[in-house]
Design a protein around this ligand. Structure first.
Ligand code: SAH
Length: 462
């Protein structure tokens, strides 16, 4: 990600004082998700340009998150997104706040400024750039580029090189970019929480309430969380309720982003609810991976014994870190055990539990191993309740980035339609003396169902 800010204010090198970054130095900053560098390609009294280069560590984006295909292979490391906003807020914190001891008089002065952002997503079309930036006093230019100049038939990249020019205060330019880059990208990198409303209102002070695209900005910034958007809008303009959706808002692309929000959280929520509902005290998490469900079980259930099992040592080590097992108070730590083991071999340690979660695991097993797993779990371990989730292949047509016939993750051996999963689960239940019911996880599409499907098995004699 690359942002440059140029001024022709005289002396132009005042930019260094305003940004609190010396034009003669290359400075680097470690951020949670990568590395930011600030340097000046040019610095004279006539013209001065500061550049912010953001390098994302793609592994840090995936670590500790779900392992769906779109989280491994995506555009996140390269395109301007909310990561750039976070970098602006951290690296140019003082400039954003309008602090400058050395150039106090210049801080509140509109300066001739030009900002260029490379690889800016522009979901909603180029005209959206104008609708967002022109009312704030900028002239906007958007340049598109061939995906690969050697293959013109591939067409143009969906990303733009955007240049804004205007006479504005530097702090305003930074604030506008901070809020509007994620709005253009329309895909936040972290879960939207209540404090996002505060951030939006704080950063939007003085300009957002009067912006003609106020509603679109609030809705996209808050990632379509209806209740948050309503709260933000009512606090911006107390006498008006949220306006109806505008045309750009109905763009199919955006709906997809909305649907993808927090599928992982929803999956964990659904499994925890099923396990809590069964009243289980002794709970297994089979194929626990990096332990996200374990953390939720520890926090949100009364379970006295929670056992995570995985075949991968690396995953168990990360689960131990995530749980902070070494630092938990002894009574909490005593509730959790991590076991290394393969789910395809009978294991006495798995016998006698009230419930087992099997979350996004079976699709990693080849058919002969799946049959072995079935015997190990339903014939030998026999927990009272089993909550088992797997992708719903019917839903794959709704991921535009997933090519037809492809799986969501390269290690998946199969992905089942609702009918295939249904007949497998019914047969397993009937064979081993269980009843089964099916629950959707994630927003249900009228034609293709939910993105994730869950079966909850209950032992007949329970
Ligand atoms: N339940 C976790 C992880 C899902 S990924 C989550 O929802 O985030 C699938 C996990 O199953 C991986 O951690 C993998 O190591 C584990 N796994 C795959 N085959 C296994 C087997 N035969 N025995 C035990 N664990 C297995």
């Amino acid at each position: 990600m690359f942002l440059t800010i140029t001024t022709t204010h005289h002396p132009a090198t005042d930019l260094g004082y305003l940004l609190h970054k010396h034009p003669a130095k290359l400075q680097s900053f470690a951020l949670a998700f990568g590395q930011a560098h600030v340097f000046y390609p040019e610095a004279s009294d006539e013209r001065c340009t500061a550049a912010l280069l953001l390098e994302i560590d793609p592994i840090s984006l995936v670590r500790g998150r779900g392992a769906t295909l779109d989280q491994y292979v995506n555009d996140r490391p390269y395109v301007a997104s909310s990561f750039l906003s976070v970098a602006i807020a951290e690296v140019f914190r003082s400039a954003l706040a309008g602090n400058s001891k050395e150039r106090a008089a210049v801080v509140d002065q509109p300066l001739p400024l030009r900002a260029t952002i490379a690889a800016l997503p522009c979901r909603g079309g180029d005209e959206l750039l104008e609708r967002l930036f022109v009312p704030l006093g900028y002239a906007v230019a958007a340049e598109s580029q061939a995906l690969d100049p050697r293959f013109p038939e591939w067409g143009e990249s969906p990303y733009r090189v955007m240049t804004l020019t205007g006479a504005v205060r530097l702090r305003d330019l930074l604030t506008h970019l901070y809020v509007l880059i994620p709005v253009l990208d329309n895909e936040k990198h972290y879960y939207v929480g209540d404090d996002e409303v505060e951030k939006l209102l704080r950063r939007g002070e003085g300009w957002l309430a009067a912006h003609p695209e106020r509603d679109l900005i609030a809705r996209r910034y808050l990632k379509y969380q209806r209740s948050l958007t309503d709260e933000a809008l009512s606090r911006l303009v107390p006498d008006e309720s949220a306006a109806p959706d505008s045309v750009a808002d109905q763009h199919a692309d955006e709906e997809e982003a909305e649907r993808r929000i927090s599928l992982n959280e929803q999956r964990i929520g659904a499994v925890v609810a099923a396990i809590k509902g069964s009243g289980a005290r002794r709970v297994l998490d089979l194929g626990c991976g990096e332990g996200r469900l374990l953390v939720a079980l520890l926090k949100n259930t009364e379970a006295t014994e929670i056992v995570g099992v995985d075949v991968a040592h690396g995953a168990l080590a990360r689960a131990r870190e995530r749980l902070r097992l070494d630092r938990l108070p002894p009574r909490q730590a005593a509730r959790i055990t991590l076991l290394q083991g393969a789910l395809t071999y009978r294991d006495e340690r798995l016998v006698g539990f009230d419930a087992a979660a099997v979350v996004e695991v079976i699709e990693h097993l080849d058919p002969p191993r799946l049959a072995a797993f079935e015997r190990v779990l339903f014939d030998h371990a026999r927990p009272t309740t089993v909550a088992l989730t797997t992708p719903n292949a019917d839903y794959n047509v709704r991921w535009p980035s997933l090519r037809a016939g492809r799986f969501r993750h390269r290690d998946h051996r199969f992905e089942w339609s609702r009918a295939e999963f249904g007949s497998w689960a019914e047969r397993v239940a009937a064979t081993h003396g269980y009843g089964v019911r099916f629950l959707p996880i994630g927003p249900e599409d009228p034609e293709v169902g939910p993105p994730t499907q869950m079966a909850v098995f209950t032992r007949d004699d329970a």
